[in-house]
Design a protein around this ligand. Structure first.
Ligand SMILES: Nc1ncnc2c1ncn2[C@@H]1O[C@H](COP(=O)(O)OP(=O)(O)O)[C@@H](O)[C@H]1O
Ligand SMILES: [Mg+2]
Length: 413
């Protein structure tokens, strides 16, 4: 029995063969009695204990297992977990086994040095955290880019929008001037009537009143007044609408859930914003089909439509047509914007979605418009199709699924 491991405690009734086998394995194995005291430690356990410090014994190794772990092992039959040793830095994977039934009272523990695995995991975790941070930074940058292109296009449009607002404000202002005159005339007339009523012989005032009505042009005023008022109301409504459209447009879409939205309304209000840039040279045709509500970030889709409308307008040098069409096939809704502009050369077609690709002079083009359109539409699980002929015109078609794939909209909410 000289081969038998030298143990400080009695190995209980574990068989010699069993102890011999344990001596041969690389895993540290500690046999434990039902009270948790060490019964036997194999050679690997003794070597491992020594690595934990000068004179450290298997019993000390066993003492590192928290009582709660043993309690759990008694209930479940087994327990495993990592034990972190600070000095020297070692991570041990401990597995505890408690026998049941005919093996009740049997307990043993194994220990494996998993420092390398644990270090690798730590490193992976660190890399993962770094990637996550980078991802968040990129997402933030992308959001900023989106917002800045949006603001740049609003900047470009500001003059046009100002004009669109100034125009109705101008005639509402002039209408107010006229209304003031009319009010003066009407008050004078009412005063005339009041005087006549108070006169001794009201009938004798009839001619004077008639003359006054004619002089003040009462018939004209009574015809013009309702028109002035409704025209002014329309003007104010138009300004309110443009301001609302601008507000919708400049909203940052982030953190907002995708909602079923009316794409045609989005197209109309976007057209409203860019209208001043288009109205002198472009005739707009509309061929709207029946569109269901489409699940999307409406303000982002409006940004796509705005980019496409501006590009279409810029492609037309003198005079031309922009055709807007919508439709729905299967579970996809589409909007197409076709212009009779300069067209795009075959070899340029594959570059137009690249960020910063532009054929326009500085200040007019950023080259970001279509790149942003592309990423917004891709985020919506849709696509943008282009067809173009040089000198004839270009058609962009935005195709979006009516409903986002399951989970996407909820996840965003
Ligand atoms: N409707 C269009 N007609 C002709 N060319 C277009 C049209 N839309 C886009 N392009 C081409 O694609 C390029 C990239 O467009 P975009 O990404 O919107 O950037 P930008 O308009 O700032 O140049 C434009 O510079 C232009 O050459
Ligand atoms: Mg553009």
């Amino acid at each position: 029995m000289s081969e038998r491991p030298d143990t400080s405690t009695h190995p209980g009734d574990w068989s010699d063969d069993m102890l011999w086998a344990l001596a041969a394995v690389d895993t540290a194995v500690l046999l434990v009695d039902p009270d948790g005291a060490l019964v036997h430690a194999n050679e690997a356990a003794r070597l491992l204990a020594m690595r934990l410090g000068d004179g450290s014994t298997p019993a000390q190794l066993l003492a590192r297992v928290p009582d709660a772990a043993w309690d759990a092992a008694v209930i479940d039959g087994r327990w495993s977990g990592d034990l972190v040793v600070d000095e020297p830095p070692i991570v041990l994977e401990a597995r505890l086994y408690c026998g049941r039934g005919e093996h009740a009272g049997r307990r043993f523990a194994t220990f494996t040095d998993v420092s390398a695995r644990s270090a690798r995991e730590g490193e992976l975790q660190q890399r993962h955290d770094e990637l996550q941070r980078t991802y968040r930074r990129l997402a933030g940058a992308q959001e900023q880019l989106l917002q800045s292109e949006k603001m740049a296009s609003i900047g470009q449009l500001a003059a046009g929008v100002a004009h669109e607002i100034n125009n109705p404000i101008g005639y509402v202002h002039s209408n107010l001037g006229t209304l003031q005159e009319y009010t003066g005339a009407l008050m004078a007339l009412i005063e005339g009537y009041a005087n006549a009523l108070g006169a001794d012989d009201p009938a004798s005032c009839r001619d004077a009143i008639r003359g006054m009505r004619e002089r003040l042009d009462f018939d004209f005023i009574s015809g013009d007044l309702p028109q002035l008022l409704s025209e002014s109301r329309e003007g104010i409504e138009r300004v309110t609408k443009i301001v609302q459209d601008l507000k919708d447009f400049s909203r940052v879409g982030r953190d907002e859930a995708m909602r079923p939205s009316d794409l045609e309304r989005g197209l109309e209000s976007t057209l409203n914003i860019v209208w001043n840039d288009l109205k002198y040279k472009v005739r707009v045709e509309k061929h709207y089909g029946e569109l269901p509500l489409v699940e999307c970030h409406a303000s982002e889709i409006n940004q796509v439509l705005m980019n496409l409308l501006i590009n279409a307008g810029q492609s037309i040098a003198e005079r031309g047509t922009i055709s807007l069409a919508t439709g729905c096939e299967d579970d996809e809704a589409w909007i197409s914007i076709a212009d009779s502009g300069c067209g795009i050369a075959e070899e340029s077609l594959q570059k137009i979605f690249d960020p910063f690709y532009t054929t326009k002079p500085i200040g007019r083009g950023t080259g970001l418009g279509l790149a942003i359109c592309y990423s917004i539409v891709a985020k919506h699980h849709g696509r943008i199709e282009v067809s173009s002929r040089l000198g004839v015109g270009t058609t962009f078609r935005v195709v979006l699924p009516v409903r986002q794939p399951a989970g996407v909209a909820d996840a965003q909410a």
